[in-house]
Design a protein around this ligand. Structure first.
Ligand code: HEM
Length: 450
């Protein structure tokens, strides 16, 4: 391995240079990092320490490992790191002006308005709207062997998005058209060919973006007029105390982004929970007992905190498989992380996926052990950023309570309806080349409970 310095620190600054290895010509270390993230990150940590550089996805990228470095980048005290130029590289054309792509003053302005759509009162309304749709979606599952959890959960969360996010009555064909556009927009972010060739991902993504824009623009006037208990209506109505509101264009952009931010992340969380609950039937039974003991077919807002088993398994699933595996930033001026010199223009990545499995922070890090979040252990308290699947700082996930509510509501109803299992020696083939997901869709034996 050829070890090189990223850039010499300014003389007299007292800063250390970032050391790393460029990797292979053209591809750098991209394929190794994508295919074997856990092994490669441990190897690099041992070799270079918490801050190192490499060529990744065609960019000179500094990777910061461990909670301390994650905190420095995400809290971003001297405003050296920007989201827009970093995230745009992946999702820019499809999620134009999504809130995560805005920075500094402008971001804060939008975030303050958006927060009005995520108040406690709004969340209660979303939960109530969602409950019957979850039941309907789960009842439609056909039990048997080879039931692909990932595909079914993805469909379920997409259908829920139609109710809870859009609140628009769509027939099946129209719902499928919008869901399809949405899936194409998301997929385009991980296209290999990153310019529009008809039939390929990038092109389909651009077409999908147009479809989604037209859809939301068409329904917007009625939403503004009639309101409702959905996110679309909430964004239309959102207003800060000093009277700031979203324009029509803002609402369209934020709706498209929020759908994306909410959908794959909750799908991955539920699929990971289902995988470990299939591998650990004792935990599945423990959670089912808890849900049965509650004595209610659907969770109500006041029940969310009481579901401690589901909560621990959800946290452990988010630790083992972080749905957003890496948080990229672009340095907009010379700065430092843990005393290492980061020159302006560098892409900096916080690798959530591997940070959550650092042996220095988590005992036996690859083991599924939800009790590590129990009151007597609280291993997540090792550092404020030890467990940070929702990010941190100004861009911390605005939907984190929504996500918890949705995941718990679905899991509760699922446990009451079905038992599921995998063969004893099955381990899932986790694809980590994009957002993490099982290559085989996670086939389980799904049995309906009497
Ligand atoms: C388990 C589920 C989820 C996970 C793991 C997750 C994770 C994240 C992460 C890590 C970020 C920060 C990205 C960064 O700093 O670059 C983020 C931002 C965001 N998330 Fe989530 N998310 C989840 C669910 C949701 C849901 C359900 C919604 C909406 C209802 C949502 C809406 C957003 C929005 C709007 C942002 C951007 C916030 C900003 O830039 O100010 N997320 N999410």
């Amino acid at each position: 391995m050829a070890t090189r310095v990223l850039a010499a620190p300014p003389p007299g600054s007292g800063l250390k240079p970032v050391v790393g290895d460029p990797g292979l010509p053209l591809v750098g270390n991209t394929l190794r990092v994508m295919r074997r993230p856990f092994e490669v990150s441990r190897e690099r940590y041992d070799l270079f320490g918490p801050v190192s550089w490499s060529w990744l996805l065609g960019q000179r990228t500094v990777t910061v490992q461990g909670p301390e470095a994650a905190e420095a980048v995400l809290v971003n005290r001297d405003k050296a790191f920007a989201n827009g130029p970093a995230w745009s590289f992946f999702i820019g054309p499809f999620f134009t002006r999504g809130i995560m792509l805005l920075d500094f003053e402008e971001h804060l302005h939008h975030r303050r308005i958006m927060q009005q759509a995520f108040t406690r009162q709004r969340l209660r309304a979303y939960q109530e709207t969602m409950a019957p749709s979850i039941g309907k979606g789960l009842d439609a599952w056909v039990p048997g062997r080879g039931f692909k959890v990932y595909d079914h959960v993805k469909q379920l969360t997409l259908d829920l998005a139609t109710d809870v996010f859009m609140g628009v009555d769509l027939d099946r064909a129209e719902a499928d058209r919008i869901n399809g556009a949405f899936v194409d927009a998301v997929r385009a972010g991980t296209a290999y060919v990153r310019f529009p060739v008809p039939g390929l991902r990038w092109h389909r993504g651009l077409r999908a973006r147009k479809t989604l824009e037209e859809f939301f623009r068409t329904h917007l006037p009625a939403k503004r007029r009639d309101g409702g208990g959905d996110l679309f209506a909430a964004l239309c109505a959102a207003e800060t105390d000093d009277g700031h509101r979203f324009t029509d264009e803002d609402v369209v952009n934020h709706m498209i982004f929020a759908l994306m931010a909410a959908h794959d992340t909750t799908t991955i969380t539920l699929t990971t929970m289902a995988y470990y609950l299939a591998r650990h039937p004792e935990w599945q039974e423990r959670l089912r007992d808890e849900s049965e003991a509650l004595g209610k077919p659907v969770l109500e807002p006041a029940d969310l905190d009481a579901m401690t088993g589901i909560d621990a398994v959800m946290k452990e699933a988010l630790r083992l498989v972080s749905p957003v595996p890496a948080l990229p930033r672009k340095a907009v001026k010379d700065t430092e992380v843990l005393g290492f010199h980061i020159p302006a223009g560098t892409t900096v990545v916080v690798p959530q996926l591997t940070n959550h499995r650092m042996p220095d922070v988590w005992p036996d890090p690859d083991r599924f052990d939800p009790d590590r979040f129990g009151p007597d252990r609280r291993e997540d308290k090792a550092h404020k950023y030890a467990w940070s699947p929702f990010g941190g700082g100004a861009h911390k996930c605005i939907g984190l309570h929504f996500a918890g509510m949705q995941v718990k509501s679905i899991m509760h109803q699922w446990l009451l309806r079905y038992r599921w299992s995998v063969p004893g020696r099955y381990t899932w083939p986790l694809d980590t080349t994009s957002l993490p997901s099982p290559k085989d869709g996670l086939p389980v034996h799904l049995e309906r409970l009497p």
